[in-house]
Design a protein. Structure first.
Lengths: 116, 113
């Protein structure tokens, strides 16, 4: 099946720094990608919908200035956590929609962010 | 608004025994329903989905699920569980084929020897 890759899989950073997480669709083009956040023992919370070539659509309560999303190409979306704080520590998962195929969503492996 | 309830946070099943994971949804129209599995530290893998047609859907890894409109349920089943099935399972609902998914809180499956 189609592959979505996230990088890095784990990252540890100091409080106040910024961290970028990449989400790539390796063998299909994705005009739409989604970013989720998963808290321990909790479900996945949709943070934003990333559309290639346009601004991301953020869910209510998600700070767009803190979680910067860029979708500059049909195979790459990035999530930048700016001025990270310990409460931003979480598991971030992206998914990409295979527009050329069935429109099915494929999920990345996730990125574990730990802010010290 | 659509929502998903997975009433069981944890379930322990003996290897070789049958499994049923419960999922109830709330949605006004015909829902699009999904089951995903997540291994520790990993992303999500689609097990199966229901869009329309036969209410009993077959998925990968020997899983199946049955859509019951009258009960607003989409329970996941497997006749014989393997140790490698231990993971977290998420039920999800969408308003159309691949629109935004709403996930349940997940059920952690533990498999005992």
């Amino acid at each position: 099946g189609a592959v979505v890759s996230q990088h890095p899989s784990r990252v540890i950073c100091k409080s106040g720094t910024s961290v970028k997480i990449e989400c790539r669709s390796l063998d299909f083009q994705a005009t739409t990608m989604f970013w989720y956040r998963q808290f321990p023992k909790k479900s996945l919370m949709l943070m934003a919908t990333s559309n290639e070539g346009s601004k991301a659509t953020y869910e209510q309560g998600v700070e767009k200035d803190k979680f910067l999303i860029n979708h500059a190409s049909l195979t790459l979306s990035t999530l930048t956590v700016t001025s990270a704080h310990p409460e931003d520590s979480s598991f971030y998962i992206c998914s990409a929609r295979n527009q050329g195929g069935t429109g099915e969503l494929f999920f990345g492996e996730g990125s574990r962010l730990t802010v010290l | 608004a659509q929502s998903v309830t997975q009433p069981d946070i944890h379930i322990t099943v003996s290897e070789g025994a049958s499994l049923e994971l419960r999922c109830n949804y709330s949605y006004g129209a015909t829902p699009y329903l999904f089951w995903y599995v997540q291994s520790p530290g990993q992303g999500l893998q689609l097990l199966l989905k229901y869009f329309s047609g036969d209410t009993l859907v077959q998925g990968i890894k020997g899983f199946e699920a049955e859509f019951k409109r009258s009960q607003s349920s989409f329970n996941l089943r497997k006749p014989s569980v393997h140790w490698s099935d231990a993971a977290e399972y998420f039920c999800a609902v969408a308003s159309s084929g691949y629109s935004t998914l709403t996930f349940g809180k997940g059920t952690m499956l533990l498999v005992s020897p």
